[in-house]
Design a protein around this ligand. Structure first.
Ligand code: PLP
Length: 426
């Protein structure tokens, strides 16, 4: 079929009538499908059930340092967990602090501490008239919620195929001292599945911030979450790159095992320079006597080392790859050539990002809901929930079963087509 906008009004109305009939049919099935959040499916969670057996009442619960993991002690993580997460995030164990069960929580804490106590001796942000964060868009809604919560002004930075628009980033960071941070998901980004190019990472490392307390918030949530063995993205390691450029303190790197083991019951960490970690530890000693060492131990005993973890991620990929492929092939088969949307084919991560005709995203999500498919709210991928183009929709295919994904895509495609026709006819 030719592009929709090349069809006559009569042809469009005819197409619409036929699509409406199909939509009605699907609607009558009374489906309940949820593609809202990037959660692993039960089958993926089952992969880590062995973790329930690695510790039992007869286990030796001492960590390498000889500390009894059942008791208080070890503020920033047992050595073997540091090694595991350091390998996962490609830094030295000395550059890691292990936290609790959520990296988002670590990010919140990091911003919160900067608000109340500043960054390594700088003025606490709450005492400043204005604090800004750069937000590559589309991006992760929960990042934006953190900065919104603290009243930090967010500035949209468009994403390109190589990562954020670095001309804009350099201009803001190097010239505006109120810019204190930038949210980045540098590998298999949420929601586009894009990985920052080598040049983008190098330009990040070469930034010369106007603010001494500017930090890059490098959320490497999907660092080892490949979909394919033979087609993988590679990301330059940012801590080392910043060090080489003489800015060792400019970056905080966040990670967790949420989508490796169990979301909500994984292990999270921050990686940063020694100076940053020293400052963070000073605050941590007030905040906690230590995080869950039994969970750290459980993770190490289950995965053993990074090779075990990589092997485990292959099993995840085997489960989710067909779902990603079902979404992509459905879009290719049904939308290609119609010029009513575009999408990116990711090689990893948890999402597929779809850009509808401007002004259509909210209506598409609402239409899909009529037929029982709940998607991430349109606009959620932008600060303040406002997509200026009302175009971006995040598709999260991991949680439903493969059959459900296929049905969900039927509904999605019908919704995209119907809303687009209405838009063109307007
Ligand atoms: N960062 C990104 C980019 C995410 O997509 C998610 C979850 O979807 C998280 C962080 C949450 O991580 P955690 O479970 O470690 O808090």
């Amino acid at each position: 079929m030719p592009a929709y906008r090349d069809l006559s009004k009569e042809e469009l109305l005819e197409e619409k009538a036929s699509l409406e009939a199909k939509f009605q049919e699907v609607k009558e099935k009374g489906m309940k499908l949820d593609m809202t959040r990037g959660k692993p499916s039960a089958a993926q969670l089952d992969l880590a059930m062995g973790m329930m057996d690695v510790l039992n009442s007869t286990s030796d619960l001492k960590c390498i340092e000889g500390v009894d993991c059942r008791n208080y002690g070890v503020l920033d993580g047992i050595r073997e967990a540091k090694q595991l997460l350091a390998d996962m995030t490609e830094v030295a164990p000395d550059n890691i602090i292990i936290y609790g069960n959520s990296s988002l929580n670590v990010m919140f804490d990091t911003v919160s501490r900067s608000m109340t106590h500043g960054v390594m001796g700088s003025t606490p942000w709450c005492k400043l008239d204005k604090v800004k964060f750069l937000c590559p868009v589309p991006g992760y809604d929960r990042h934006f919620k953190i900065t919104e919560y603290f009243g930090i002004e967010m500035v949209n930075i468009p994403m390109t195929a190589d990562g954020p628009d670095m001309d804009m980033v350099e201009k803001y960071v190097n010239e505006d001292p109120t810019v204190k941070g930038i949210w980045c998901v540098p590998k298999y980004s949420n929601p586009q599945g894009l990985t920052y190019s080598d040049e983008t990472v190098r330009r990040f490392a070469r930034l010369n911030p106007a603010a001494e307390d500017f930090r890059i918030y490098w959320d490497n949530a999907y660092g080892i979450h490949h979909l394919y063995d033979d087609k993988q993205d590679h990301l330059i390691e940012i801590l080392m790159e910043c060090k080489k450029e003489g800015h060792p303190d400019m970056v905080y790197k966040f990670c967790s095992t949420s989508k490796v083991s169990f979301p909500g019951s994984g292990v999270a960490a921050i990686a940063a320079s020694e100076a940053n970690l020293k400052y963070i530890r000073k605050h941590m000693t007030i905040q906690t006597i230590g995080h869950d060492k039994l969970n750290q131990l459980r993770h190490v005993r289950f995965f053993k080392d990074i090779h075990g973890m990589v092997e485990h991620m292959r099993k995840h990929a085997d489960i989710i790859r067909p779902k990603f492929e079902a979404v992509l092939s459905s879009m290719e088969k049904n939308l290609e050539g119609l010029e009513i949307g575009s999408w990116i084919q990711p090689r990893g991560g948890y999402f597929i990002s779809f850009d509808a005709l401007p002004g259509c995203a909210k209506a598409i999500v609402a239409k899909a809901k009529e037929a029982g498919l709940v998607m991430t709210e349109a606009g959620a991928t932008f600060p303040y929930g406002k997509d200026p183009e009302d175009s971006n929709i995040r598709i999260a295919p991991t949680f439903p079963t493969l059959d459900e994904v296929k049905t969900a895509m039927e509904i999605f495609i019908l919704s995209v087509k119907l809303v687009s026709i209405d838009k063109i006819l307007m």
